[in-house]
Design a protein around this ligand. Structure first.
Ligand SMILES: C[S@@+](CC[C@H](N)C(=O)[O-])C[C@H]1O[C@@H](n2cnc3c(N)ncnc32)[C@H](O)[C@@H]1O
Length: 307
């Protein structure tokens, strides 16, 4: 296992928001993205003796780290976080999601997440299932690759990059390493965004796609509505606009009273959430941990369903 650290983003802000006004953390909480347990450990330090913390992570190294926590209020599940929907209905006092990848994942060349290191082109958070980026790229068409780079990377040069990937595959065989991919992208993207490697958007796109990140986020948000008890908190930290848009629209959709125009005298649909706040990391945190700079934390509270 690679001994790399993860600096937790918005540590106290997220845990304060998760525990909210709860009586000394006596309920059951979910840390949907354990990582290296920064948020989990602080939650545990504030949890009452009868409280519980259930953590999820898809990554085996994260799960191994969690197994070092000796605390019978804590348990870890090696599952995608959409599985939190299988918890008993209205049984959870708070759900925290700190989205994306951890620093140990990005900084381990053998995981293939980064264009900064040469490694196998994998990018799976859960290496026990699914296909790697290399396996997908070996068979994907120009259209499929273009769509992924455009939709998940918001990359202007999606089509030329996809064409270059397929041409290179036909000429010299499969693209199997991060440096192969970074080289192909660098040879195609001619105008550089200041401070950004030309491969940034393409790597982001492939990572989101191969891990079905946005689909799982949508499923987990819907699932959280079922499992949160009234007054329970939903706290989500996202790191790019595609994620944040999903979280923002989800909270907005469920925190509105919706009237049916065809039935003007009917009662409005039930409001399931109350938006509480949107928080950015402090200047001091961004200075100390540049990876926090794009973070946006949104907090909402589950409402009692009374009409
Ligand atoms: C940003 S890190 C979390 C860091 C953690 N809060 C800490 O302080 O150490 C995100 C973690 O969530 C995991 N993850 C991302 N998407 C997931 C999903 N859909 N299901 C389960 N785990 C996921 C990743 O494997 C990674 O370990």
């Amino acid at each position: 296992m690679t001994a790399l650290n993860h600096t937790t983003v918005m540590l106290s802000e997220a845990v304060d928001a998760l525990l909210g006004a709860a009586v000394a953390g006596a309920g059951t909480y979910v840390d949907a993205t354990y990582g290296r347990g920064g948020h989990s450990r602080l939650v545990l330090s504030r949890l009452a003796a009868q409280g519980r913390l259930i953590a999820f992570d898809k990554d085996l190294e994260a799960v191994a780290d969690a197994q070092t926590i000796e605390d019978n209020r804590f348990s870890i599940r090696h599952q995608g976080f959409a599985e939190l929907g299988k918890l008993p209905q209205a049984s959870i006092a708070g759900v925290l999601m700190d989205l994306g990848v951890s620093s140990p994942q990005i900084d381990s060349p053998e995981r293939g997440f980064s264009f900064r290191f040469d490694g196998p082109l994998d990018m799976r958070m859960d290496t026990t299932r699914g296909q790697s980026v290399a396996e997908w790229l070996a068979l994907a068409s120009v259209d499929q690759i273009t769509e992924v780079i455009r939709d998940y990377g918001e990359e202007r040069f999606a089509f030329p990059i996809a064409k270059a990937i397929v041409a290179r595959r036909q000429e010299r065989g499969p693209i199997s390493s991060t440096s192969d991919l970074a080289g192909i992208v660098a040879g195609t993207v001619k105008t550089r965004e200041p401070g950004k490697d030309p491969a940034t958007r393409t790597f982001q796109a492939f990572r989101i796609f191969i891990n079905a990140e946005l689909e799982e986020l949508e499923q987990a948000l819907e699932a959280s509505l079922e499992v949160l008890s009234p007054g329970g908190r939903l706290v989500v930290i996202s790191f790019h606009s595609l994620e944040d848009r999903i979280v923002k629209q989800f909270i907005a959709k469920h925190s509105k009273e919706v009237y049916d125009r065809r039935r003007p005298f009917a009662l409005p649909a039930i409001m399931k959430l109350k938006a509480i706040e949107r928080v950015r990391p402090s200047d001091a945190e961004v200075a100390a941990n540049p990876r926090s700079r794009s973070a946006i934390m949104r907090v909402a509270e589950r409402m009692e369903e009374t009409v």
